[in-house]
Design a protein around this ligand. Sequence first.
Ligand SMILES: Cc1cc2nc3c(=O)[nH]c(=O)nc-3n(C[C@H](O)[C@H](O)[C@H](O)COP(=O)(O)OP(=O)(O)OC[C@H]3O[C@@H](n4cnc5c(N)ncnc54)[C@H](O)[C@@H]3O)c2cc1C
Ligand code: FES
Ligand code: FES
Length: 496
Amino acid sequence: MATARSEFRCLLGSEIICLASFDPHQTLLDFLRLEKGLTGTKEGCAEGDCGACTVLLGRLENSKIHYQPVNACIVPLGIIDSTQVLTVEHLADPEPHPVQQAMAQAHGSQCGFCTPGIVMSLAGLHYDCDAGHANPDHQTLSDTLAGNLCRCTGYGSIMSAAGTACVQPLPGQSRSLRSIAHRVLDEWDQDDTFLNMSGPLGSFAIPTDLETLWQTQRTYPDAQLIAGATDVGLWINKHHQRFESIINLSHVAELKRIEHTQNTLKIGATATVAQGLEQMTDLAPDLGPLLRRFGSAQVRAQATFGGNIANGSPIGDLAPVLIALGATLHLVSPDHQRSIALEDFFVDYGKQDLAPGEIVHTISIPDDAFTQLQCWKISKRFDQDISAVCGAFCLHVTGGTIISARVAFGGMASTPQRARHCEEALVGQNADCTSLEPAAAALKHDFAPITDMRASASYRTDVARGLLERCLRTLGGDPLELLYPVSKAPGLSAHD
Ligand SMILES: Cc1cc2nc3c(=O)[nH]c(=O)nc-3n(C[C@H](O)[C@H](O)[C@H](O)COP(=O)(O)OP(=O)(O)OC[C@H]3O[C@@H](n4cnc5c(N)ncnc54)[C@H](O)[C@@H]3O)c2cc1C
Ligand code: FES
Ligand code: FES
């Protein structure tokens, strides 16, 4: 078992930072700006939406440093323990970074408020391209920039700068920062300690295995659990919630695993959406486009599967898809473990079947379901928006007849739910549009959606029917036009 370490540590560029205590509610952004005077990182929305606060987090993964952009405004400082943080101040030394040069040459910067965040997102992509993990093609550039809002310059010039910069060699400064991170983070990784800091403003712990987690929970029985903190970060920032203690689950080894064995894909609760995206896109081609629209690259780097399910949101994107896939949820506490069908976890609005002391451990998915999956997210804005309706369909078809059906929706009820009347109406019918009317009539008995800021009840009802039609038409070989157009033209994207 790892031993407790009371001192927080991280690398800020090449500087080792050690703190005997800190406010567990302090954000990384406030730490950078207010305590370190690194004011290049800006605060725009303070809720993870605009990307002005984007910094790079370097983590050790499979003995290599992997940089990901995150929104510093919703990252509690404690989360970055034992990682490296790079801000815009770390890029230019002595020459401007290739991304900065390209942005200036292509006139990609005007107000300057959002530019540092854009530069950091692209500097992250530059590292990925250098490591051979990405190509700066149109889709990749578009996905990279989806979490950085610029309202003045237009994305054409930014995209053009990005394309130019990301094929340049990595500058010496970037290489040097990466090798420092490699040396220091590797050393820290070997020492087998975990952060357990207790100070006048509260405590913050990051257990590294389940045994240590239970022990830490016994010390802080009322601790707020977090994983990526993309939800809890907002409660702290926007609702000013305060907790005596916070326990971060994201380093617990047993919760991080993604395994594909015996026809089952098992996703650990703290696997991030970015990691799941990588694993699941190959298995289910429809899932890739949906997951790429989950938040932004910054959000996906932090947000976890377990957090998305445990928060019980009726408009979370993962639950409808996982319910349609027939996922099982595995829950653990210090003295027991149990498994339930995911749909049974969502009891009512804000009420989940989670006993005190229990946590989400793993989600398992039968992999034969993936090939049948069709799913769509409908939101007001294409990028970086929460669903108005999310529909997912797994219809098993033999000889043109629907043999079994699992249909689930988010945004149609107080919890993510299966459309059981619709499923019954589909089974035994033709896998084409001739089955639409009876199935759509049954669907009306499944849900009575509400009107809210995202959509009206009648819009939601119409969209659900539209997605059902889309699914049946696809099965019948008469597909509708793509719902998520992928622009092939350089410089033209959903941002323009
Ligand atoms: C800008 C922005 C965009 C977003 N876009 C989307 C989107 O497109 N689609 C979408 O679905 N969501 C979206 N979200 C919401 C959020 O990112 C997700 O719900 C995310 O998956 C939550 O995971 P987390 O690890 O960050 O949760 P946290 O904030 O760490 O935790 C959320 C809740 O889950 C609990 N919890 C976490 N892990 C566990 C566990 N293993 N066991 C028990 N309880 C646990 C915590 O105690 C807390 O109550 C967005 C959020 C932001 C800020
Ligand atoms: S300030 Fe807008 S995402 Fe952080
Ligand atoms: S550069 Fe700031 S809004 Fe475009």
